[in-house]
Design a protein around this ligand. Structure first.
Ligand SMILES: *Cc1c(COP(=O)(O)O)cnc(C)c1O
Length: 396
């Protein structure tokens, strides 16, 4: 139990099945923050629906708990990248509709149908495999057709759109529920490619309507587009990173009233007073500028802390920002506390708030020259996720 009568649920990591972790390093996931962010975006985009994207284990936050919190907060569906991710959600008892964002191989069509996903289609081979599944089970399968309007990754290209639709028209076993596309530059404010893609998307839609398709849904927006571009909202937005309370890019930090869902915490595992000039960690890339306190923390790059943070990042100890010094090791890092004495067991916050200070995922992304997505999805399986919620009485 946490303060205010909320619940706390500990999911042990695969490294320690069933056992309480011995290491104090943990990721605290605030499910109320997830719910708040879903509501916030839902209010912003209504009447468009919110589809909660929980691929990559819910961006490292845990797919099933995040999915449940999102659906309770008003998300009308979920989205994942892999059939296996959908299977995991179903095994966890999640019953909400799940959109599969990419095609698996045609051989996996049966597994996709069994998992009860709504497949995205853009190739004739996979569509044909699905059609066979549909005729075997004697009822049509709902599909979302993806158009490539300029992302250049997957989706039906403009040059093949008419012929692809022509094939689909001959296959009533596949019920085209939606047309969708994905924007390449929505996280770059004012980038003209966004408007170009939305214009092209309208053209794809018009052609489909002319060929007799009447999709009940059209969707294009990811988090960045949902937050910044009303024109992109259409009938649904696919909400990923913003649901976790992280900005899609440094340029969009502070857009929307989003609450970070992740807090990454550990404790001082070893502390000592060192002499001026003492070198530390691999390669001796740092030496103490004067005598003072050095703390060792039990977290390293094997837990998802980028090695690029070596001599670049800060952590919170005793409510103060303290520099990460020396090279990041596989299982440990070192923190310079100067005159502030530290002792074994002192709480250290790597991401999140401590006292008046806060370190964000975007701070880590800046230090590691990457994006928030890579930071949160990189959090390793060795870090136990602890769930907090004041409002949800949530079962495993
Ligand atoms: C991951 C993904 C999203 C979610 O993107 P965010 O920027 O995290 O909101 C939306 N659509 C597709 C196709 C994706 O792959």
């Amino acid at each position: 139990m946490t303060e205010a009568g909320g619940t706390e649920h500990l999911v042990t990591s695969p490294v320690q099945p069933g056992a309480r972790p011995l290491r104090p390093t943990r990721a605290e996931i605030d499910l109320d923050a997830i719910a708040h962010n879903v509501r916030e975006v839902r209010d912003l985009v209504a009447p468009a629906e919110v589809v909660a994207v929980v691929k990559a284990d819910g961006y490292g936050h845990g797919a099933a708990p995040v999915a449940r919190a999102a659906v309770r907060a008003g998300a009308t569906g979920l989205a994942v990248a892999l059939v296996e991710e959908a299977e995991e959600l179903r095994e966890a008892g999640v019953t909400a509709p799940i959109l599969l964002l990419s095609e698996p191989s045609p051989e996996a069509a049966g597994r996709a149908v069994t998992a009860g996903v709504v497949p995205t289609i853009y190739s004739v081979d996979f569509s044909e495999a699905l059609r066979k599944e549909a005729s075997q089970q004697g009822q049509p399968i709902r599909v979302h057709v993806k158009a490539d309007t300029g992302m250049g990754r997957v989706g039906v290209p403009r040059s093949e759109w008419e012929s692809f639709l022509h094939v689909l028209r001959a296959w009533p076993e596949l019920e085209v529920e939606a047309l969708w596309t994905h924007l390449a530059c929505a996280d770059i404010p004012g980038d003209p490619a966004v408007v170009t893609q939305l214009d092209r998307f309208d053209e794809f839609i018009q052609i489909a309507r002319k060929q007799g398709f009447q999709p009940s849904l059209v969707h294009a927006a990811n988090s960045a587009a949902a937050l910044t571009l009303e024109r992109s909202h259409r009938d649904a937005v696919r909400l990923g990173i913003a649901m976790y309370g992280c900005p899609p890019s440094a340029d969009l930090a502070g857009v929307g009233d989003l609450r970070p869902a992740l807090r990454l915490v550990t404790e001082v595992a070893f502390a000592k007073h060192i002499e001026a000039g003492t070198p530390v960690s691999y390669g001796h890339t740092w030496r103490a500028p004067h005598e003072g306190w050095l703390a060792t923390l039990p977290i390293g790059y094997a837990d998802g802390l980028p090695r690029l943070l070596s001599n670049r990042a800060e952590v919170l100890v005793g409510g103060e920002r303290r520099p990460l010094v020396g090279t990041v090791c596989m299982d440990q890092i070192l923190v310079w506390c100067g005159e502030q004495e530290v002792v074994l067991g002192d709480e250290v916050v790597l991401i999140g708030r401590q006292g008046l200070e806060e370190i964000s995922v975007q701070d880590w992304a800046n230090w590691a020259r990457t994006i928030t997505y890579e930071i949160v999805t990189g959090l390793g399986p060795r870090v136990p996720r602890v769930y907090r919620s004041r409002s949800l009485e949530h079962e495993k």
